[in-house]
Write a protein that binds this ligand. Structure first.
Ligand code: GRF
Length: 200
C-alpha cells in the first residue's frame, strides 16, 4: 500500500510510522511526505530516510478548496491509497474527503468524541477527567468526527501539566497509529455506518 503522510510540525508520529515500516511491521511504503510548512522538522525526518518530501504552502491559493484540489493531484500522481494526517494543521474540505473516502486517517490527542479541536490535552485537564488518551479515526467532513479505528487510554495524574499529559498521550499515539495503519494495509477494517469492524 502506498501512503502519504501529511505534516506541519515535529513529525514524531511520522517517525513512528517510518520505524514500524522499517521493522517489517507494516506492508506499505511512504510514497511522499507533504508539509504545508517549509520549516516543519518532519521534512528533515523524511529527507533522512530518502522519502520524497513536498512543500505545499497555502499562500498561493485563494481558498482551502483550491489548495485541496492541488493536494489531491499530488496524491494521485504518487499513487497514494491511504493518506495519514500526522500533525497536519489544516482542516480538509470536501474536495479531499470525497477524493479519498475512508482512506484518510487522523490521530487526535483525546478520547473522541470528548475534546475535539485544538488544545485537547488542556481541554481534558480543565474539564477534570481522570482518564484521557488518543484516537485514530477516518476523516469525514467534520472536525474529528469520523469513524473511530483505535483508541488508547492514559490516566490524568494529580500533578499533571499540559506538557506532561501531552507526552504521556504521545507515547500511546506512537504505538496505536502505526498499528492502525498496519491493520488498514492488511485489509482488516470494514466500515459499517459509524462503526468500524475489525476482522481477526
Ligand atoms: C499529535 O499530538 C497529534 O495528536 C496531533 O498533532 C500532534 C502531532 O505531533 N494531531 P507530531 O508532529 O507527530 O510529533
Amino acid at each position: 500500500v502506498r501512503l502519504a503522510v501529511l505534516v506541519s510540525g515535529n513529525g514524531t508520529n511520522l517517525q513512528a510510522v517510518i520505524d514500524r515500516i522499517a521493522s517489517g511491521g507494516i506492508n506499505a511504503t511512504i510514497a511522499c511526505v507533504i508539509s504545508n510548512r517549509r520549516d516543519a522538522f518532519a521534512l528533515k525526518r523524511a529527507e533522512k530516510h530518502n522519502i520524497p518530501a513536498i512543500i505545499h504552502e497555502s499562500s498561493a491559493y485563494a481558498n482551502r478548496r483550491e489548495y485541496d484540489a492541488v493536494l489531491v493531484d499530488m496524491l494521485r500522481d504518487h499513487g497514494v491509497a491511504l493518506v495519514v494526517l500526522a500533525g497536519f494543521m489544516r482542516i480538509l474540505t470536501d474536495v479531499m474527503v470525497t477524493a479519498f473516502p475512508h482512506a484518510i486517517m487522523n490521530i487526535h490527542p483525546a478520547l473522541l468524541p470528548a475534546f475535539p479541536g485544538l488544545h485537547a490535552q488542556k481541554q481534558a485537564l480543565d474539564y477534570g477527567v481522570r482518564f484521557t488518551g488518543c484516537t485514530v479515526h477516518f476523516v469525514d467532513g467534520g472536525t474529528d468526527t469520523g469513524p473511530i479505528l483505535l483508541q488508547a487510554v492514559v490516566p490524568v495524574l494529580e500533578d499533571d501539566t499540559e506538557e506532561k499529559l501531552a507526552a504521556r498521550i504521545q507515547h500511546e499515539e506512537h504505538r496505536i497509529y502505526p498499528e492502525a495503519i498496519h491493520l488498514f494495509c492488511a485489509g482488516k477494517f470494514s466500515v459499517d455506518g459509524r462503526r468500524v469492524r475489525l476482522s481477526p
